[in-house]
Design a protein around this ligand. Structure first.
Ligand code: SAM
Length: 291
């Protein structure tokens, strides 16, 4: 059988995207171990790091580097192996590859070459934190790492200030305090937030507090400024008595209303802004009444 890329799917190998633990080695799945032991080659973000993980589990599959600096150019090496029939596994240093980690270019190239790509799911810091945060989890957005400098960080935070979905950020420990300061300045003292630190490890912290208090908690304890961290911030909600739709959502709605029938404009605006359709529909009706 051949696919659109003319590749024989029965002879090409499979690229497995394999999640590894984010701290606690017991989080390695039985399937991940089976796949890593069974493939011809493991493409690893840092081979020295992954070799220790593999040794721990008694796996001696050969490793080759696949990191952000070589992934785009060297990807073809892995694709050649895959097309020749070898199975390859992709791993990063911790957690799920491609999630703030290398792998995107390799996965893209593999799919473009008609190679089957199979996820082997497991640990992921953002999902682990969200699952235990007690913040709304039905809809959320992952913002990855914020810019390192305050001006850039605040500018990015301003863009999501009125985002109604739960916000998730990765942050480096030496910037966690500045980051919380900027979040407090942009989102306000009272916005519910959570610091997920050293998840799955011995000194795990899951501290949920309003942003002002969370910043004070981290400032008062240098231990909270070490280790790996995820920050979750509750989405924006309209203060009681104020209109329930953000100014950005209303701006989008206005633009669409100028071009489209009311129902279609409200539906599209909902898709773009994440605000519920019926709320935007009501806002559009109110606008019509007032004109
Ligand atoms: N691919 C990984 C994943 O699936 O979560 C993320 C890799 S990214 C380079 C590393 C960042 O993830 C850290 O700086 C931190 O923000 C977050 N992270 C990774 N492990 C963590 C842990 N055990 N506890 C809290 N955050 C963690």
């Amino acid at each position: 059988m051949t696919d659109v890329a003319g590749v024989s799917q029965s002879t090409a190998g499979t690229l497995y995207v394999v999640a590894t633990p984010i701290g606690n080695l017991d989080d390695m799945s039985a399937r991940a171990l089976k796949v890593l032991a069974g493939v011809a080659l493991i493409a690893a973000e840092d081979t020295r790091h992954s070799v220790r993980l593999l040794q721990h589990f008694g796996i001696d599959t050969p490793l080759a580097a696949c990191h952000e600096h070589n992934e785009r150019d060297e990807g073809s090496r892995f694709i050649t192996r895959l097309l020749a029939g070898d199975d390859v596994a992709l791993v990063s240093d911790a957690g799920t590859p491609l999630i703030s980690d290398p792998g995107y270019h390799l996965v893209r190239q593999a799919r473009a070459a008609g190679v089957r790509v199979v996820p082997v799911p497991g640990a992921c810091a953002l999902i682990a934190a969200l699952s235990a945060a007690g913040l709304p989890s039905d809809r959320f957005i992952f913002e990855g790492f914020l810019p390192a400098k305050t001006a850039g960080r605040r500018a990015r935070l301003e863009q999501v200030k009125e985002e109604p979905r739960t916000l998730i950020f990765y942050e480096a420990p030496h910037r966690i305090l500045e980051c919380l300061q900027d979040m407090q300045a942009v989102f306000g003292d009272e916005r519910p937030a959570l610091l997920g630190r050293e998840l799955t490890k011995a000194f795990e912290t899951l501290k949920g507090l309003p942003l002002g208090e969370l910043r004070e908690f981290v400032a008062a304890d240098p231990n909270q400024q070490r280790g790996e961290c995820v920050v979750l911030v509750a989405g924006w909600t309209a203060p009681a008595g104020e209109q329930a739709v953000s100014s950005e959502a209303l701006r989008v709605l206005d633009l669409l209303l100028a071009e489209l029938p009311l129902k279609r404009a409200a539906a599209l605006a909902a898709e773009i802004t994440g605000v519920r359709k019926n709320i935007l529909y009501q806002a559009a009706l109110d606008k019509q009444k007032n004109h």
